[in-house]
Design a protein around this ligand. Structure first.
Ligand SMILES: Cc1cc2nc3c(=O)[nH]c(=O)nc-3n(C[C@H](O)[C@H](O)[C@H](O)COP(=O)(O)OP(=O)(O)OC[C@H]3O[C@@H](n4cnc5c(N)ncnc54)[C@H](O)[C@@H]3O)c2cc1C
Length: 484
């Protein structure tokens, strides 16, 4: 723990129990460990980062009182959603208090006139989708982890997912946030209005800030009319390159904006089959694309489907399978959505990456990934949101290797550098967290790094909010100071 932070003493625990009620404070080791990790495997870190206390606020007032107390006593606070993060964002790097949102899980309002839904941060993403659907409305956020992740975590990471091509990331659905600042002040950023040119856009500065600037306690999300009909096309290609070369043409030549354009390479297809104990069509293909189309007019949708199907075939697809009923569509999406879990299940060591490049550069990124995996003697399995240029490159070690950490470091160093050189960046949706902060200077110049430090200081002068994330925290005389 940083010597600049105060420890969580028995007195602190008593004070927290006074603020929140005894049942909302946990200090037993088992709970502290359980709430100190996300989905980045523990082997990734050089040591364990364990919370000194875990608290479970039930209201904004609880959160405000905890923050006020922590700020006064200079105790670090790490907000936590469902812990499905893939960047170590919810790992309590400096110990202190983990602020879990699992008890703030109410849907507060669905406003049909303004097409908004107001929720607490602990609502599971899929619950929002279901609540909207019940009213014939669409909540467009759709991360693959949506059955588990919390909306607060989605906002903090600016989560993407499978519908970004058409609807954008979580931030595009956020209209307003209730935030608790580091000193316990409660404020609202934004409102139910669809546009706002009044001052800085603080709501969207908080989106994607990974719990380093403020704690989100309520969220107003935009809803849309639910499309009447949805169709998924599963399109096998003979190899990775024909699939990724084709993907951008779906919009430019197909003249349609699909809601999803997803990609799985051959290895990912086989991994999904093994994990789900299922068989997918053309499972010996080099790659699959999943293209989702939606609309209200069945004739228009049928035309779009036919045009995209023909286009696929003219660019080398092996076949076009149409999934237009719930069962086949579910089967398809299960395969796509299980891939991160499949890798976690079968590989003793791996690194799940989240690179994003201009869509035209994906072929170069894939070629370089293969070259580097060959150079370092490791395997790759790649899948992702190809329609957004966001590829989940996965570096796989089929066996335990004592030098895995050095290999990963060397490989990622080269891969990130290459990605930056073709106009890409470190993460499209998983965030920087603890995992990628040391690479930030690869994609941001000193002016931007300094700005990040200054914004952080403006919001959180004592650096108690999620320290050690996004940019590195180092000690300097007079207290902890952020630096590149
Ligand atoms: C199998 C699998 C599939 C995935 N698929 C996708 C995908 O398709 N798209 C995608 O974008 N991500 C995906 N992810 C990553 C992950 O699910 C997302 O990053 C998600 O947004 C994290 O939500 P969470 O509730 O689990 O947050 P956590 O992991 O608990 O926390 C994430 C960050 O949010 C901060 N935070 C949490 N709540 C608050 C709050 N109320 N206020 C301020 N800060 C807060 C934490 O401090 C941390 O920095 C996947 C993960 C897995 C395991």
């Amino acid at each position: 723990m940083s010597p600049n932070y105060s420890p969580v003493t028995e007195q602190v625990v008593r004070d927290l129990a006074e603020i929140l009620g005894k049942s909302n404070v946990a200090v037993d080791l088992e709970k502290r460990i359980a709430y100190s990790y996300d989905e980045v495997p523990r082997f990734y870190w050089d040591r364990d980062y364990i919370a000194e206390a875990v608290v479970f606020p039930e209201t904004t007032e609880h959160v405000a009182a905890v923050m006020k107390y922590a700020n006064e006593h200079v105790i670090p606070v790490t907000p936590r959603g469902a812990g499905t993060g893939l960047s170590g964002g919810a790992v309590p790097f400096a110990g202190g208090i983990v602020l879990s949102f699992e008890k703030m899980r109410r849907i507060l309002e669905l406003d049909r006139k303004n097409l908004t839904i107001t929720v607490e941060p602990g609502v599971v993403t899929a619950e929002i989708t279901k609540a909207a659907q019940k009213e014939g409305l669409l909540y467009a956020g759709d991360p693959c982890s949506g059955d588990a992740s919390f909306i607060g975590g989605n906002v903090a990471e600016n989560a993407g997912g499978n519908k970004v091509v058409k609807y954008g990331t979580t931030g595009n659905s956020v209209l307003a946030l209730e935030a608790v600042l580091a000193d316990g002040t409660v404020t609202w950023f934004g409102g139910k209005r669809r546009k706002d040119a009044t001052g800085y856009d603080f709501a969207h500065l908080i989106v994607g800030s990974e719990g380093t600037l403020a704690v989100v306690t309520k969220i107003i999300l935009k809803l849309l009319p639910l499309p009447g009909k949805v169709v998924d096309l599963l399109v096998p290609f003979p190899d990775v390159h024909s699939a990724i070369d084709f993907a951008p043409l779906i919009q430019s030549e197909g003249k349609v904006i699909p809601s999803s354009i997803e990609f799985m390479d051959g290895k990912s297809i086989r991994l999904a089959e093994r994990f789900l104990n299922t068989v997918l069509p053309y499972d010996d293909a080099g790659a699959h694309l999943i293209i989702q189309l939606e609309g209200n007019d069945p004739d228009v949708l049928a035309d779009d489907m036919e045009r995209i199907g023909d286009l696929c075939m003219s660019y080398g697809a092996l076949e076009v399978f149409v999934a237009d009923n719930r069962t086949t569509r579910d089967k398809l999406w299960k395969a796509r959505k299980c891939l991160a879990e499949a890798i976690m299940a079968y590989y003793p060591k791996y690194s799940l990456e989240d690179l994003v490049v201009p869509t035209s550069e994906i072929p170069k990124l894939m070629a370089e990934t293969t070259r580097l995996c060959e150079k370092y003697g490791v395997q790759e399995a790649n899948f992702g949101h190809v329609g957004d240029g966001n590829m989940h490159v996965n570096i796989l070690f089929p066996e335990e290797r004592p030098d895995w950490h050095e290999i990963i470091e060397g490989l990622l160093d080269e891969l990130y550098e290459f990605t930056a050189g073709i106009g890409g960046t470190l993460s499209g949706e998983h965030g920087i967290g603890l995992k990628r902060q040391k690479y930030m200077c690869r994609v941001m110049d000193q002016a931007q790094m300094d700005l990040i430090s200054r914004v952080k200081t403006a919001f959180d002068p004592k650096e108690i909010l999620n320290p050690g994330k996004m940019i590195r925290c180092r000690e300097r005389e007079g207290g902890p100071v952020l630096s590149g």
